[in-house]
Design a protein around this ligand. Sequence first.
Ligand code: TPP
Ligand code: MG
Length: 1028
Amino acid sequence: MSQLRALAAVLRGAGVGGSQWLPWCGGGGPARRWVEPRRGCSSAATHGSSYVEQMYLAWLEDHKSVHESWDTFFHNIQASSPSGEAGERRPSALLQGRALSHSADTTRKVVEDHLAVHSLIRAYQIRGHHVAQLDPLGILEADLDSFVPSDLITTIDKLGEAHNTNHGEFFSWIIFSRFYGLSASDLDRSFQLPPTTFIGGGDNPLPLKEIVRRLEISYCGHIGVEFMFINNVDQCQWIRQKIETPGIMQFSNAEKRTLLARLIRSTRFEDFLARKWSSEKRFGLEGCEVLIPALKTMIDTSSAAGIDNVIMGMPHRGRLNVLANVIRKDLDQIFCQFDSKLEAADEGSGDVKYHLGLYHERINRETDKNITLSLMANPSHLEAVDPVVQGKAKAEQFYRGDTQGKKVMCISIHGDAAFAGQGVVYETFHLSELPSYTTHGTIHVVVNNQIGFTTDPRVARSSPYPTDVARVVNAPIFHVNADDPEAVMYVCRLAAEWRSTFNKDVVVDLVCYRRFGHNEMDEPMFTQPLMYKQIRRQQRVLRKYSDRLIAEGVVTLQEFEEEVAKYDKICEEAYKSSKDEKISQIRHWLDSPWPDFFTAEGEPRSMNCVPTGLNEEVLQHIGQAASSVPLEDFKVHPGVSRILRGRAELVKSRQMDWALGEYMAFGSLLKDGVHVRLSGQDVERGTFSHRHHVLHDQGVDKRMCVPMNHLWANQAPYTVCNSSLSEYGVLGFELGFAMASPNALILWEAQFGDFHNTAQCIIDQFISPGQAKWVRHNGIVLLLPHGMEGMGPEHSSARPERFLQMSKDDPDHFPEFNGDFEVQQLYDCNWIVVNCSNPANYCHVLRRQILLPFRKPLIIFTPKSLLRHPDARSSFDELADGTKFKRVIPDEGLATQNPDQVKRVIFCTGKVYYELARERRQHKLERDIAIIRLEQISPFPFDLVRAEVEKYTNAELVWCQEEHKNMGYYDYVRPRLLTVVADRKPVWYVGRDPAAAPATGSKFTHLNELKRFMDTAFDLRAFHGNDA
Ligand SMILES: Cc1ncc(C[n+]2csc(CCOP(=O)(O)OP(=O)(O)O)c2C)c(N)n1
Ligand SMILES: [Mg+2]
């Protein structure tokens, strides 16, 4: 190869042998033409041609003395030399000028022809997919482009009969032949194949005609492969071998029968639903029935390679069919979901049938091995589930020690429009190779029905294929005509083998059609009339494939009909028994059960929460670890040394700052065997440089140390990982991670709290309503830095109002207090929203998260300036044994001595407390004004707030916040405070005025606003005479 390349370089270079590649102006494509030496620039023989001559001479002496490619090459020269010159092919004659120059010309021609053939092979490998027959309807271009690359021959017929054929084909042959400098007479010449092709099988060289024929079979049939962008030679070779080797796509009769049986199930399932519930939406799979055997083939192949847990995510289309025929949910359970009279047995809203998840353990019949299949529940929001699936799979791998993804894998199914259009797809792909996020290869399947609702792909994407996004991670893409079931099975097997060989992502693009409208009620002829005229004429794939197998003698018509009847009977029987179902149990549709955590009925094992305090020894031990470097000869940065020394000082005085409080929480949970994972942008150091959970050796590149993993001998692992710059993808991932086990504290930290809004879909669709829709608990923790510190409209507000607005506790109903009210209230809520004002309470709430007998998402507004604020420290006493999270921190100062005398009670939350406390000191109003901190905002601590209100009977009630009036907590707190006082007292507002932006960009305005509302807070006459 390198010799050929060298030769090509010499021959192609300007003036070498007088030949050049020049742009060719006809045809409009990137074609180039060969300019004959005579007509191009001429030159004398160079060392390039003398190199060939030397090789030639050596070859004449001994054919074996040169590489076999040269050997073939010189044989060709001899064969193609005019017979009259035979005598001059002796070495002595060659050395004479005339013979030499003739030989050099011939040599050049043969070299160029070989190079041309090699280019041709490469062109098929790169661009063959553009002309592959991918559309089952035969009317659309899967790559949205009808242009035929000029360096490809599109049909073998064109080769021999170019001159007899029609004008267009003749023209393309002309382009082609000029492009390569080949002529029709070359078709029967043999060419040596390069090692980058496998089309030869055992045959090498091959006649050009045969080369093209084999390339056409490999690259331009029903499979179009995009892989030549992959920058790894072994991986490209692997694909070439699997695609090009002659006869490799063979199926045994048994395999064909299995495929047919699966196609029968897939097809007849949809037919059955259509028959029984003709006016129900089910987002049927018609037009892509092959999806079911496709998924099953991937699972079979993966199971054979050792996988025993497959986690899947998919949208609406064909979901019921996947549940029935891939995961094998009982059919009666599916059918009863169509019954509108079915009563819901579980609390919560439930969800429509084509969103529900499932978890199922079974034996894989093909491999006889155990396999667990789960389909994640998902919302309508297309592709939102992608990162969730990844996170769940990563967690399953992590907890099983499956570091290479040999046991657990994901299959992610997509629609063509959504795959191209939704940004979270890109974000998820970018997680695929990151050490703390990789699941070691996902198989992506695109149900590419060439339409999105009513929208044509030509106006729905700018890329040729819907799958181009996968190219960013070097994933091979197998486009396949979904009406050729065997081609589909072949690429599915390949995709699974690719995944188990290279542990990298791969895409299977099932180019299909959608037989009906977007759902069964929609009329597709409104918008795609021609496409749907064709679809009506289109024979169903089951019919086509069964006809074929009957014709091949693989099955008889009778066997086929029996198989169909057998499945129809199964459906009918299940339909009958579904009528007996009176109650719908959403919990039977759980995608991530935690059998050891809950009772058999799915209930918590208790309704208590043990205290979250820690003993002194544990506090001292963690404090010591947090302030030292556990490794020898590890040189930390002087700034980090200073921080560690500062921590040591604090520990000595039994104090903690925010970072130490977090250390105490994580460290103590690790001690108890609870895995802790903290993920987000720059979390290892911490955006505000306060955390430093990963130390970097200043002398040795990439030498790092995580002291938290050196705390105890048998501790659980601590994972702290800087994420990619994504919120939607990463939060979805962590949510999925948190689904795998209740015995883990999974935290996602936003760089600044407001950035969570680019992950809003995960919050709105999964975190807030997840349990209500899918009876699925999740204990994910969101750390959202929040606080008005003059940093401008962004970086200030984590938008507490949004979380509070979605909290489901009733503002107008004063709850009954029985049992452990704190725990009961937490159990009833959809999530917990807190803003802790000190590190001890932060530590408590993190520990409580795990010690609770159930799981709820926890939203924590975390501080920025308070991280280092000397007042915002806690004593070890506040974390001592027996202590617990304080939902409310009452005033403990002078106001409590004479509560009757207190004129105003200011309720607040978070950082503003410290500003209020300072101002109160300055105004010397400690006896007149009590300040009460709401640490748990939602669910609202009615019990504790009432106790505080009752303590200060004569005081007026104020809610103070630093946020603008239409933001922050006011709208949530006010009605609840009014409920506490039964509307007998007004609740006054102190804070910033309503605004459109969350904060001002001017420091000056910021401080002015602060002063104004502080003045109001401490003006005891501020509300006299006002209407509430
Ligand atoms: C994020 C999001 N935006 C819009 C929709 C509304 N919607 C539902 S299905 C659909 C078309 C999906 O097309 P495609 O991804 O090709 O899947 P298909 O229905 O063709 O299988 C749209 C726009 C949605 N569900 N999710
Ligand atoms: Mg579509």
